[in-house]
Design a protein around this ligand. Structure first.
Ligand code: SF4
Length: 476
């Protein structure tokens, strides 16, 4: 699955989301639960703001010395007998993994959740080679079984489905015959996946954070699937985007605390897996062969720009869970595997403005995302900066906005025209005025007023009121 998802245009995707009352209900209750749990678990830490500052400092320092830490990581992995490959593009990364699979004569691959491999369309590339890929994260597995339904949330990819829909997916595709109770469904999936783990030739994981000082890969999960993906198959490939790195275990401690609390409101998730190279002599678990693929795929171009802090993201989805726009339109409206505020910032950076020019406008700029972010990424400021580039540099701004700005510019720069327009505005807008608001306005105002109130022009202009007042006070 590539970075961009589906062929529908932005307006259609948004309308689909707005029309899906069920999805909106599910998203609303999930957002509320996750947000409440995050609030409680972050308060336990004491001074949450101090933790956020520490997180921001660690990410800033690491990104500023990224070349040094990547080299250290690479050396340490090699010292432990692992192989490291730097992939400039998604295609290079895919080609390397395909090559390893070919050499191993692999037939089946088990995978734990990884956003970067989705960004690269790694599954498609491997399936083209005739390999069977099995996602083992429950949410990802549901989507895979449901004919590759796209994810709608960074942490909970199948958030848009309820238990009954999930039961139906497994009944249709896998012959599941039990209830829609979460325990029954999970027990069934566990049974299915156990066989896949035992059969697999290669395990592929993502990487929450790589630890440069030891060459370790850490994985944060609640299902334990990453443990089995790293422990059972003889060959292990971890794919990480180049910025997912911390200098030492000390920083890992801070980042994992921030991640678990911000993502799912837990002190720690049920499993924190650390993998350091292939298994050594006398070790029982672990792969015989270990590969680390470090993927750039456009990130180097973000380094050193005003958007560098977007690379500080630890993919916790806290910004998604507070976003009022995400709440109404859902994750599929973004048309990207990265959705919510961070998706609206990151997607144009990785995939260009041309096909993603609407995303920075999918925000009310309320800044709730910036406040929620555990590493203090100024998300709303990045969205404003994107809008500036889209309108001024790329000349891709929305047409209604262009017309409105042009008309406004002409009006306010000609005093006579401004006076005439402001005098007539109340009368002209009367057919669309209800009480003190305009609803279902004409032309470009239609889209704006479909879901929002726009104050109607006042019957009496300020300048008329003021002139009247001055006259009456001079009469007195
Ligand atoms: S931008 Fe911040 S809040 Fe959003 S996913 Fe990334 S780290 Fe989490």
């Amino acid at each position: 699955m590539p970075l961009r998802v589906g062929e529908k245009d932005f307006q259609t995707r948004v309308n689909n989301g707005l029309d899906d009352a069920f999805m909106r209900g599910t998203v609303r209750s999930a957002q509320e639960q996750l947000r409440t749990r995050k609030q409680a678990s972050s308060e336990e830490l004491g001074d949450w703001e101090a933790w956020r500052t520490l997180g921001e400092e660690i990410r800033t320092h690491t990104l500023e010395h990224l070349d040094y830490y990547l080299e250290q990581l690479s050396d340490k992995v090699a010292e432990r007998g692992g192989h490291v490959y730097f992939a400039k593009t998604a295609e290079e990364g895919n080609a390397y993994v395909r090559d390893v699979a070919r050499q191993k004569e692999a037939k089946k691959i088990v995978k734990s959740k990884s956003m970067v491999t989705e960004e690269m369309s790694l599954n498609d590339a491997l399936e083209d080679d005739g390999l069977e890929i099995v996602e083992t994260d429950l949410g990802e597995y549901i989507l895979q079984v449901d004919d590759h339904d796209p994810p709608s949330h960074i942490v909970a990819p199948s958030l848009h489905k309820n238990r009954s829909q999930i039961k139906d997916v497994f009944a249709d595709k896998k012959g599941y015959g039990d209830s829609d109770d979460a325990n029954d469904i999970t027990r069934f999936v566990r049974g299915e996946l156990r066989e896949e783990f035992l059969d697999a030739d290669i395990g592929i994981t993502g990487c929450n954070f790589a630890v440069a000082e030891s060459g370790s890969i850490s994985l944060v999960t609640n299902e334990g699937n990453a443990d089995l993906v790293t422990a059972l198959p003889k060959t292990q490939i971890s794919v990480m985007s180049m910025e997912r790195i911390v200098p030492t275990w000390e920083e890992l401690d801070v980042m994992v605390s921030l991640l678990c609390r911000s993502a799912v409101g837990q002190k720690l998730t049920s499993y924190i897996t650390a993998l350091t190279g292939p298994k050594g002599e006398g070790e029982i678990d672990g792969p015989e062969d270990f590969h680390l693929v470090i993927v750039d795929n456009g990130r180097s171009d973000i380094l050193g720009t005003q958007f560098q802090s977007a690379l500080h993201c630890i993919r916790c989805a806290a910004c998604v869970n507070v976003c009022p726009v995400y709440r109404h339109v859902g994750g599929h409206a973004y048309g990207s595997i990265y959705n919510g505020p961070i998706g609206a910032v990151l997607t144009p950076l990785l995939d260009g403005y041309e096909d993603n020019k609407e995303l920075p406008y999918a925000s009310s700029l309320c800044a709730a995302c910036t406040e929620a972010c555990p590493v203090k990424i100024p998300l709303h400021e990045h969205l404003i900066a994107h809008r500036q580039i889209i309108t001024e540099k790329e000349k891709l701004g929305p047409m209604p906005e262009k017309w409105a700005m042009k008309m406004f510019g002409t009006g306010v720069s000609a005093p006579k025209l401004y006076r005439l327009a402001s005098k007539q505005a109340h009368r002209v807008m009367r057919p669309w005025t209800k009480g003190s608001s305009i609803s279902n306005g004409p032309g470009p105002l239609k889209a704006w007023t479909r879901f929002r109130d726009l104050p109607a022009p006042a019957g009496e202009r300020f300048r008329d009121w003021f002139a009247k007042r001055r006259r009456s006070s001079s009469d007195e």
